[in-house]
Design a protein around this ligand. Structure first.
Ligand code: SF4
Length: 433
């Protein structure tokens, strides 16, 4: 299920930055084919283990969550939808009372919940509700055992990874203040636990720390933040969270994203430089991981080298992925579409992209489809709604959402990440034999 919306930027050409500085960025606006921010709940509820996500939405929102999270409905779920229907419009007071009733019942039934997110959506009857006031009211009622926060997962002018940004930005004011100016590293962005554990070991070997993560595994144990906090972004779609952290005194460490051997090394190096780690120690701490990553990537190079790729704008991971695929596997990006291009956070990535790649910010799906059909790339990365029609036309596709659900960051995931792109090509080759 996809819900079209419209991007915020005007259409036209804008100068690029960094290594692609001479490459103009095409800005497009028009119909889009993307999932909405509610999708983030699927990975966030697994990550923050004592939180519950209550979507305040329509039956459409409930269906989206159920179909996206299919397998989870058999487990004790940590997300649900409070359905606000037209009949509630008779009075907003009724809708607020109904919401309070649902939340009270939920908290009574589930004493394990420490944090409850009221997640807004885009139906007009929901937009009329003031969810931030509802969250304040309910927080007062249930504090200190449960904190109630709110954010929007609305599909209007957003793409699906923005749900995580909105959720993490809502957490920032709840983080305790770090007293003093002692330096600490905050890694920002939901990572699989296995990846988090690998990074903890690497930072320990580098002597960088203390290291904390946002989101934390438990909402009741949010990391502290203050003037001494330096943060690395683990995901490229966290502009709002970064702004909120900076407002609390934290400082961003600019770096490429930890995808592939090169990206992971540069990401670790950026933090190591802030901590003044010497070159010898850095080389020692990273040598084995780099070697494992290189060996794993070599297994996929024969399949991927020289292949062309076309990215439709969807996950906001497109630019770092294109950099990784082009520099470490020899893939040629024809077009790199991304919903929003944060020039500052992506500056290191843009500098490493091949100059021939066309950069597109925003979406006009029909024009992009025309360009994709004309280019006939070996691989097309797109949302679920476009994948089936393109496959039917003989193009090989990769669902971008899979790249957000899978552990892909760090040295030990570099081979798996390459494998995600190699598999559809191998399958198609077999089908053609
Ligand atoms: S929030 Fe909007 S786009 Fe998302 S499922 Fe609900 S109605 Fe659809």
């Amino acid at each position: 299920m996809t819900h079209p919306g419209a991007p915020r930027e005007p259409e036209g050409m804008a100068p690029g930055t960094g290594g692609c500085a001479d490459t103009p960025i095409l800005r497009e606006r028009g119909q889009r084919e993307v999932f909405c921010g509610l999708t983030g709940i699927i990975w966030l509820h697994r990550k923050i283990q004592d939180a519950f996500f209550l979507v305040v939405g329509s039956r459409t929102c409930a269906h989206l969550l159920q179909s996206a999270a299919g397998v989870m409905i058999f487990a004790e779920p940590r997300f649900a939808t409070a359905i606000i229907e037209e009949r509630d419009l008779a009075g907003l007071a009724d809708a607020n009372e109904e919401l309070d009733r649902v939340v009270t019942r939920l908290i009574q039934r589930r004493p394990d919940i420490r944090m409850l997110f009221l997640v807004g959506s885009c139906p007009s009857e929901v937009i009329k509700l003031d969810l931030s006031r509802a969250a304040q009211r309910l927080s007062q009622r249930f504090s200190p055992s449960v904190r109630v926060l709110n954010y929007s997962g609305s599909g209007i002018e957003t793409t699906f990874t923005e749900g995580e940004d909105a959720c993490l930005a809502a957490l920032v004011p709840e983080m305790p203040a770090e007293p003093g100016t002692a330096r600490s590293l905050l890694v920002v962005g939901a990572l699989a636990e296995v990846v988090e554990d690998q990074f903890i070991r690497l930072f320990a070997a580098l002597g960088v720390g203390p290291v904390r993560f946002l989101p934390s595994r438990r909402a009741s144990e949010l990391p502290a933040v203050g003037e001494g906090t330096r943060f690395l972004l683990a995901q490229p779609f966290l502009a709002g969270t970064a702004r909120a952290l900076e407002a609390r005194g934290a400082r961003h460490i600019p770096a490429p994203f930890p995808l592939g051997e090169e990206g992971t090394t540069a990401w670790l190096r950026a933090a190591a430089e802030v901590w003044g780690v010497g070159e010898e120690r850095f080389a020692q701490a990273t040598a084995q991981g780099r070697e494992r990553a290189r060996a794993a990537l070599a297994n996929h190079r024969a399949t991927l080298d020289g292949k062309s790729i076309f990215f439709f704008p969807d996950s906001q991971l497109e630019v770092p992925l294109a950099r990784f695929l082009s520099r470490e596997l020899g893939i040629k990006p024809i077009e790199i579409g991304t919903p929003y291009l944060h020039r500052q956070h992506l500056a290191h990535e843009l500098a490493l992209l091949p100059a021939a790649a066309k950069l597109v910010e925003g979406q006009h799906v029909d024009k992009q489809l025309d360009r994709c059909r004309e280019a006939r790339p070996d691989m097309t990365v797109c949302g679920l709604g476009l994948a089936n029609p393109l496959e039917a036309e003989g193009l090989t596709t990769k669902w971008s959402i899979e790249l957000v659900f899978s552990p892909i960051q760090g040295y030990d995931q570099a081979g798996d990440l390459a494998g995600l792109f190699a598999r559809p090509l191998v399958r198609r080759e077999k089908l053609m034999v």
